[in-house]
Ligand binder design. Structure first.
Ligand code: FE2
Length: 259
């Protein structure tokens, strides 16, 4: 068995603090072999810097995924060249920095693939994530049975559809981006562990990570505002998946939440 940990969108310093405080304990308690986290909001809610990506790797994360905010900090563009374990959604146009797939050896010696895709509904216009998934999966070495997908998308329907599309072809698909954890954790009939959204690892006393006064002002006035991360109510949300590494099928999946 290979045990995967996926931590939902790490948001600003409250989110990073939760990873720093809890990651090692989770890895030990759950016998985790590969730790993955979405860090597209690590830098104050907007993108990730080389320094923060280094910090996340140093804390014990093995692979970092992202999403639409990955391009917010220009300094990260060059970082991709020497850090293939930092992913960006695979279905951005060809030629951009970085990649959306990586094969890494988990701590039990099993090769695992991590894939990062992004939805297209209420999101930046990208290539089709479904067809991109097909292409990436056909290109993976056949011995790589353990396959995790972070599908960064806004609407539940697109994520549910992707879950069905990938069922039996990946070990797990977990959604990110909405910052609200969903309670639909399950194993689909062909063996893919699924959850529509992992939820945020960050400050819940705000509006999906941002200071609630700022967001309320925007809703009430429709005027532009300067976003600032909320500070309180930090929680860590993630998903633990137990994968049969001979078949790639998920044997168990469950949500974790720490306050
Ligand atoms: Fe996002």
């Amino acid at each position: 068995m290979t045990n995967l940990l996926f931590i939902g969108d790490v948001f600003a310093s409250p989110g990073r603090g939760m990873v720093a405080r809890h990651l090692k304990d989770i890895i030990a308690a759950e016998n985790i072999h590969l730790s993955i986290a979405n860090v597209e909001n690590a830098a104050g809610g907007f993108g990730v810097t080389p320094q923060l990506a280094d910090e996340m790797f140093d804390l014990g994360l093995d692979v970092l995924t992202t999403g639409n905010h990955v391009w917010d900090k220009r300094e990260i563009y060059d970082y991709f060249t020497n850090h293939p374990r930092l992913l960006r959604p695979a279905n951005y146009p060809e030629g951009l920095a970085g990649a959306g797939v990586v094969v890494v050896q988990a701590h039990n010696g099993v090769d695992c693939a991590v894939i990062n895709l992004q939805g297209r509904v209420y999101m930046p216009h990208t290539d089709c994530p479904f067809r991109k998934a097909d292409k990436l999966l056909t290109e993976l070495p056949v011995h790589v049975k353990v396959r995790f997908v972070d599908f960064h998308a806004e609407v539940s329907s697109e994520k549910v559809a992707m879950g069905w599309y990938l069922d039996g072809r990946v070990s797990a698909m977990v959604g990110t981006h909405t910052h609200v954890p969903t309670a639909d954790t399950r194993i689909l009939p062909e063996g893919t562990a699924y959850q529509t959204d992992a939820g945020m690892t960050g400050p819940y006393n705000g509006v999906i990570g941002v200071d609630k006064r700022i967001i309320l002002e925007r809703f009430l006035t429709q005027m532009p505002v300067r976003m600032e991360a909320a500070r309180h109510g930090a929680e860590l949300h993630g998903v633990v998946v137990e994968v049969d590494d001979t078949t790639g099928r998920a044997a168990a999946v469950r949500r974790i939440a720490l306050t």
